[in-house]
Design a protein around this ligand. Structure first.
Ligand code: DSN
Length: 431
């Protein structure tokens, strides 16, 4: 990066500081992870220069022969990884992938049913401040007082609101989903079933969680959380079929397949040129996830998460749903007399990164919150094992017990650094 250092020292220095922050802090944001150097190199490649609107073999620009190679490899690897009929690797993000689902499946004002954001759902699953809740009629199911989704209540809700689309998936739900039960509900009310597996995608790829692809009509994901790829999105179909809306191709009158509808919803529906450099990095990530050691990684993520939940509960914290099946846990801090906001700030001062998060039935606003969300995907990538996770929880507990004590924070910073040195991350000062 000596070009950048001399040409733009301000940006160079910010990158250098960020490498240092990632190397010597504890990253517990459940939606983050650390990519390999190969992925960094692919994403930093000259493919950033290339426009490639359209799909491989059917582009709107010349000079796409190598972009075609990259996208074909990415699609083939993703299909092998998730054992599915069709994928589109072009969505710039999970939100873009989800937007393509709405464009394909609904008309403005149509009703759909998703998990309430306040109970662990996602902005793009019908939040009133997101396009999904502004342009469509969102109805919600939630969790029970025990923190779990009750499928009987989902069925009752679906029967009463008759959605055209039912979404599964969450950004703060620590349990696995019963896809068969969701599909039977969708079939009963005549809805399409869509799973947004952004959070658990890597654990699903490794088959350590239930697989939504045989059950959902459409699956979307991000590629950068547990899947450990570059920041981006993807859409998948387990078994491609004629679309149930009877939408026909303009000239031939032929009924279009779901895959065709989704391809055209991504481009030209929602996006212009794909980010070929990111698609190249996605291809590298899928190759990494196809290797046997990715299954070991996924299993360790789960073990670490389970140990983290137990360690918090042993220290008297309330973990929502009493544990976890996946990579994340949600901790209700009300019994500890600290808000999520203050906990996030105190932990950041000790170089431990988490995010404040609403807990189900929260009495505080999303800006304050009663909880924090923590995930183990990133620490597991750098080699943290169960004993390290117990130490991490001990450090968090010390900070949260004395959130304004700078002496405690200073001591914890040193211990965080020592833990990080045992499990080094990036061995360059700057890429
Ligand atoms: N913002 C992501 C998360 O943290 O869960 C989801 O988009």
């Amino acid at each position: 990066m000596n070009h950048l250092a001399s040409q733009d020292p301000a940006i160079y220095t910010a990158i250098e500081c960020e490498v240092d922050r990632q190397n010597y802090g504890l990253e517990l944001i459940a939606s983050e992870n650390f990519v390999s150097k190969s992925i960094l190199q692919a994403q930093g490649s000259v493919f950033t220069n290339k426009y490639a609107e359209g799909l491989p073999g059917r582009r709107y620009y010349g000079g796409c022969e190598f972009a075609d190679t990259v996208e074909d490899i990415a699609r083939d690897r993703a299909k092998e990884l998730f054992q599915c009929d069709w994928v589109n690797v072009q969505p710039h993000s999970g939100a873009s992938a989800n937007a393509a689902v709405y464009l394909s499946c609904l008309k403005p004002g149509d009703t759909f049913l998703g998990l309430d954001l306040a109970h662990g759902g996602h902005l793009t699953h019908g939040s009133p401040v997101n396009f999904s809740g502004i342009w469509f009629h969102a109805e919600y199911y939630g969790v029970e007082k025990n923190g779990l989704i009750n499928m009987d209540h989902v069925r009752e809700k679906a029967r009463s609101v008759k959605p055209k689309l039912i979404s599964i998936g969450a950004s703060a739900y620590s349990r696995d989903f019963d896809y068969q039960a969701f599909r039977s509900i969708a079939d009963e009310v005549g809805a399409l079933l869509w799973m947004d597996m952004a959070h658990p995608a890597g654990l699903i790829a490794a088959r350590v969680l239930n697989d939504p692809l045989p059950h959902a009509h459409i699956v979307t994901t991000t590629t950068h959380k547990t899947l450990r790829g570059p920041r981006g999105g993807m859409i998948l179909i387990g078994k491609d079929a004629e679309n149930p809306f009877g939408k026909v191709a303009p000239k031939s009158g032929r009924v279009r397949r779901m895959s065709e509808l989704l391809d055209s919803a991504v481009f030209p529906g929602m996006q212009g040129g794909p980010l070929v450099h990111v698609i190249a990095a996605k291809a590298v990530a899928f190759n990494e996830a196809l290797k046997p050691n990715f299954v070991q990684y996924a299993r360790q993520v789960q073990k670490n998460s389970s140990v983290m939940a137990d360690s918090f509960m042993d220290r008297g914290y309330h973990v929502i749903s009493g544990g976890t099946d996946n990579h994340l846990i949600l901790v209700d801090l009300r019994s500890k007399n600290i808000t999520g906001k203050d906990a996030e700030i105190a932990l950041q001062s000790a170089h431990i990164t988490v995010n404040k998060n609403m807990v189900p039935f929260d009495d505080k606003s999303p800006f304050v919150t009663s909880g924090i969300r923590l995930g183990t995907a990133a620490l597991t990538t750098r080699g943290f094992m169960e004993s390290d996770i117990r130490e991490v929880v001990e450090l968090i507990d010390r900070v949260l017990t004395a959130p304004t004590d700078e002496t405690v924070q200073a001591r914890v910073i040193n211990e965080v650094r020592a833990l990080c040195e045992v499990h080094p991350l990036y061995d360059f000062v700057i890429a």
